[in-house]
Design a protein around this ligand. Structure first.
Ligand code: PMP
Length: 362
């Protein structure tokens, strides 16, 4: 046996590393990034601010100011605090680690964000996926049956969901929160909240088992890696114990504090992206050979329906035209022949639409 086989867990050996397509020279519409940078005067001011950051020091471990900025500007209810993560990916790992009792399970509707299942596996938790309905709505009865059968420690609901883009029904979410009750937590993952304008954050006090998770990534700050989650103090106290100390570096801390002082800039960008989402969706709906699904996020899910063309071929034809989208057609049976495309600037969206029209041509 080789060193690697002696050393590494069989389930990790069997994995292939997460493949990220090289986007050099492409219109990059594969990762739900906000296409807009900060306006130039703010960038210059941020540069000055960052030049004063003490890189020789560890961050202040309490992150008091950053947390106050997040709670004050991003709608965390009075009396509630947040736990910070290096992206919400790290928060998901922290929850898995904290809840990984022997036999504990993680449940989510599928298809959904893949890290819920990956992170469960890494921490030794069993993942249970419950299929969405063909229109991507929650199958409430199947979810309730799975909750009764598996008593999951952690249930994830991405709101809106990735990669389908839709918001699940609020009443079904409330039924799930009640059904899980005291045996587990329900994490409502609001990564795309700025584009949905719908949130469970104001409802934290109603549900002691509710955790609301968010990220600044889609808001325009994917590069700084910062996520946050709010819940009852009793839950946050436990999650805080497994947070790696100093997980938010000083440059992220200073940048986030600065941008939160100017949060209206991000709000304006989100408004522009929501408008463009409407335009792109309408143009896609008018294209023969394509079906587009309703989205409350900064991306659109579409299905290639033109005979003789599938999502892999359409993806390749878009790439030949230097437009990179995500082919999710093989991720789950419900996503057969589907592509996911980020909503971007009017110029980039038009480039995508024209490239897609060319890709659909016989
Ligand atoms: N949650 C959902 C639903 C996502 O789609 C993503 C990113 N694609 C994340 C969380 C992770 O975001 P980040 O780690 O950038 O905060």
């Amino acid at each position: 046996m080789s060193l690697i086989e002696n050393l590494i867990r069989p389930d990790v050996l069997a994995l292939s590393a997460y493949h990220v397509q090289d986007a050099a020279g492409c219109v990059k519409l594969d990762a739900m990034e906000n296409p807009y940078q900060l306006p130039e005067p703010l960038r210059a001011e941020l540069g000055r601010r960052l030049s004063e950051v003490a890189l020789n020091r560890y961050p202040t471990p309490s992150y008091t100011e950053l947390k106050a900025g997040i709670c004050g500007k991003l709608g965390v209810p009075d009396g509630y605090d947040v736990v910070l993560g290096n992206g919400s990916d790290e928060l998901i790992s922290m929850v898995s680690v904290a809840c990984a009792k022997p036999g504990a399970k993680v449940l989510a509707p599928v298809p959904t964000f893949v890290m819920y299942a990956m992170s469960a596996q890494f921490a030794g938790l069993q993942f249970v996926g419950v299929d969405l309905r063909p229109d991507f709505s929650l199958d409430r009865d199947a979810m309730l049956a799975a909750i009764a059968a598996h008593r999951p420690a952690v249930t994830y609901l991405a709101y809106p969901n990735n990669p389908t883009g839709n918001l699940f029904d609020d009443a079904a979410i409330v039924d799930i929160l009640r059904a899980v009750g005291e045996t587990g937590i329900v994490i409502v993952d609001e990564a795309y909240q700025p584009f949905a304008q719908s949130s469970f954050m104001p409802r934290l006090a109603e549900f002691p088992n509710l955790v609301v998770m968010r990220t600044v990534s889609k808001l325009g700050l994917a590069g700084i890696r910062l996520g946050y989650m709010s819940a009852s103090g009793a839950l946050l106290e436990q999650f805080e114990k497994v947070r790696p100390p100093y997980n938010i570096n000083v440059l992220t801390q200073a940048t986030a504090e600065f941008v939160l002082e100017h949060s209206e800039v991000l709000d304006t960008q989100a408004v522009a992206l929501r408008e463009e989402r409407g335009r792109v969706a309408a143009e896609l709906a008018a294209l023969p050979g394509v079906e587009v699904f309703p989205s409350a996020a900064n991306f659109l899910l579409l299905r290639i329906t033109r005979p003789g063309l599938d999502s892999a071929k359409a993806h390749a034809r878009l790439l030949e035209q230097k437009v990179l989208v995500k082919n999710v057609g093989k991720m789950h049976a419900l996503l057969h022949n589907c592509l996911r495309v980020t909503v971007s600037t009017p110029e980039e969206n038009t480039l995508f639409l024209n490239a897609l029209k060319a890709a659909l041509a016989p």
